[in-house]
Ligand binder design. Structure first.
Ligand code: ZN
Length: 585
């Protein structure tokens, strides 16, 4: 895969199909300890009573994500202990961070440890203590940032359970025990959550905290979705959002439903109505909203779309993938070239999907001449879900997504592999068909759908689906998210499973609750497990999910009585509110 190097020049065979490698060599559950006793010989006294003798050392020419990683380490150690670790630019190797006493750097240390990251992919990293030093080393600048978040989470007690709602302990003295954690490669090369809506108040409220949360949970793609023309520019995205993506070294995909973005009706429809989809009533689909559509067989349409994408990429050189998705409706062109009707294809959808593939390849070929490292994202979705027999393969610079739509509308959410529901059986057949046509292939799912749209706790389903999709040789999974409103457990579980699909629902729930609910973790773990039991029961009994309201209400009351703080009480009440649970007697 031709990929643009992110800031550090360390690149990278990414999106490797079928890589199944659990995060390995996590150290024992070593926790930083606090207290007054003298450190043992193998412990590092990182801070003592709010003071420190250590410094963070980065390369003199450190990349933006490596510098940001050092800033994040400094920020959270300060929040935990009150001690500010100075950041010194005196190392030679980017991306690496050494935490050393008085900034005294063992120059050979990175050379000795770098080979241990061999075979762990661009997202692989290690966290190692060596003498009185802590080394945080990634195979890319982004992975060094991952190493910092891993260290803070696994060893200093921080947690990133919900956007904008970090867990940060308070300990003036931080003792770091011996650590030898080597992590990666993740099971999925592409780990993404697409976030709607975009712009206006949502930019500050949703997109920025979401981007921060993605990196902390070791996702590697940010995917804002303006979903229409001019919104990206109107919201000054290069000034507001793009720097936040870039300093974390994330890949950036932009778009959503973009036929109108790349060929806006207000610019073209008056002069060239023939560029737009021919509707069944004989008119052209020139609406500015999602009811619009394009005539994909018109030879000038691919050229104009490609020219507009090229011009836009010139203005947005940070972008790694652009979306070429049809508008979010079932509108498609009924002209004889786009959708010829045949005996076996009665409404022309398969023929139209063939044309969508050809059109995407035409656009991709033109864009590749000027932007060879940018991927064009084709989305098999709604009326283009089915892979047409005999379709041409997608070009190497096309990223193909298969949207498992409309799974959230089903009676219940069952594991894809074993679900008897007709839609799931249908979608199972489409996965290998699209896989064969695409060099880069991902699944578009709804695991992180907004609680306003869907209220399932889906950890059990995800923990069945992700291994199945990895076995199906998909390169990644992107999950749909509609802010406002987070569903933190589903988000957290999705992130963890894309790294390690072997985690069980109970392991994920226990881990999440320990980090998010403090002393109230045991009743909250039972709360979430109760929901998951109800969900799993519905798979085998074919009855609607049993929400077990009374039991859950009791658990919430117990948890509230044990909450350490007002903030944790708010988290507990938010869990009840997600499911409309009344706490009145
Ligand atoms: Zn047409």
């Amino acid at each position: 895969m031709r990929r643009k190097a992110k800031a550090g020049g360390v690149i990278l065979a990414t999106l490797i199909a079928g890589v199944v490698a659990p995060c390995s060599s996590h150290g024992s559950a070593a926790e930083a300890r606090s207290g007054g006793e003298a450190p043992s010989a193998s412990e590092i006294l990182l801070t003592e009573d709010g003071q420190t003798r250590h410094a963070i050392v980065i390369a003199r020419d450190a990349s933006m994500p490596a510098r940001f990683a050092a800033d994040e380490l400094q920020k959270y150690v300060l929040q935990i202990s009150g001690a500010r670790l100075p950041i010194l630019a005196k190392g030679d190797e980017d991306p690496a961070i050494c935490v050393t006493e008085n900034g005294a750097l063992d120059a050979g240390l990175i050379d000795r440890l770098r080979p241990e990251l061999s075979g762990r992919g661009e997202d692989g990293y290690l966290v190692r203590t060596e003498g009185n030093q802590i080394l945080l080393l990634g195979n890319s600048p982004r992975a060094t940032l991952y190493a910092v978040y891993h260290f803070l989470e696994a060893h200093l007690g921080c947690a990133w359970c919900a956007p904008g709602d970090d867990t940060v302990p308070r300990e003036k003295t931080i003792r770091v025990p011996p650590i030898d954690d080597r992590v990666g490669p993740p099971a999925l090369g592409m780990r993404q959550i697409i976030l709607y809506p975009y712009g206006g108040e949502w930019l500050q409220q949703n997109n920025l905290p979401h981007t921060d949360w993605l990196a902390k949970n070791r996702f590697n793609w940010a995917h804002p979705a303006p979903n229409g023309p001019y919104s990206w520019e109107r919201n000054k995205s290069r000034e507001t959002l793009v720097p936040e993506v870039e300093k974390r070294g994330l890949y950036l995909e932009v778009g959503g439903h973009t036929f109108n973005t790349w060929l806006p009706p207000d610019r073209y429809a008056d002069e060239h109505p023939e560029y737009y989809a021919l509707l069944e009533d004989g008119t052209r689909a020139t609406a500015k909203d999602h009811k619009g559509g394009l005539c994909l067989s018109h030879p000038q349409v691919a050229k104009e779309v490609a020219a507009n994408i090229i011009a836009w990429l010139h203005e947005n050189p940070e972008v790694d993938a652009v979306d070429l998705w049809h508008n979010d409706s079932r509108t498609y062109c009924r002209c004889p070239n786009c959708a010829p009707r045949t005996a076996e294809e009665d409404d022309g959808r398969l023929a139209y999907t063939r044309m969508y593939i050809r059109f995407t390849n035409q656009v991709a070929a033109l864009v590749a001449r000027r932007h060879p490292n940018v991927l064009i994202n084709f989305l098999a979705y709604a009326h283009t879900t089915d892979c047409p027999p005999g379709a041409e393969p997608l070009a190497d610079n096309v990223l193909v997504g298969l949207c498992l739509f409309p799974r959230p509308s089903q009676r219940t959410m069952r594991p894809l592999e074993t679900s008897p529901q007709r839609l799931d059986a249908h979608l199972r057949r489409e996965i290998p068909a699209w896989r064969k046509l695409a060099k880069h292939f991902y699944i578009y799912e709804y695991y992180t759908f907004s609680p306003r749209q869907k209220v399932w706790s889906m950890v059990s389903m995800m923990s069945a689906d992700v291994p199945y999709l990895v076995e199906s040789a998909v390169d990644g999974i992107s999950s749909d998210q509609w802010g406002p409103g987070w569903y933190p457990l589903n988000m957290y579980a999705f992130g963890k499973l894309t790294w390690n699909p072997e985690l069980t629902p109970q392991e994920i729930i226990d881990d999440f609750c320990a980090k998010y609910y403090g002393r109230a973790a045991p009743p909250m773990a039972r709360y979430w497990s109760t929901l998951e039991e109800g969900l799993r029961e519905s798979w085998s009994t074919d009855r609607p999910i049993d929400w077990r309201d009374q039991k859950r209400a009791e658990l919430i009351k117990q948890a509230l009585s044990e909450a350490d703080s007002q903030a944790i009480g708010d988290r507990i009440r938010a869990a009840a509110a997600l499911h409309g649970l009344s706490l009145e007697p």
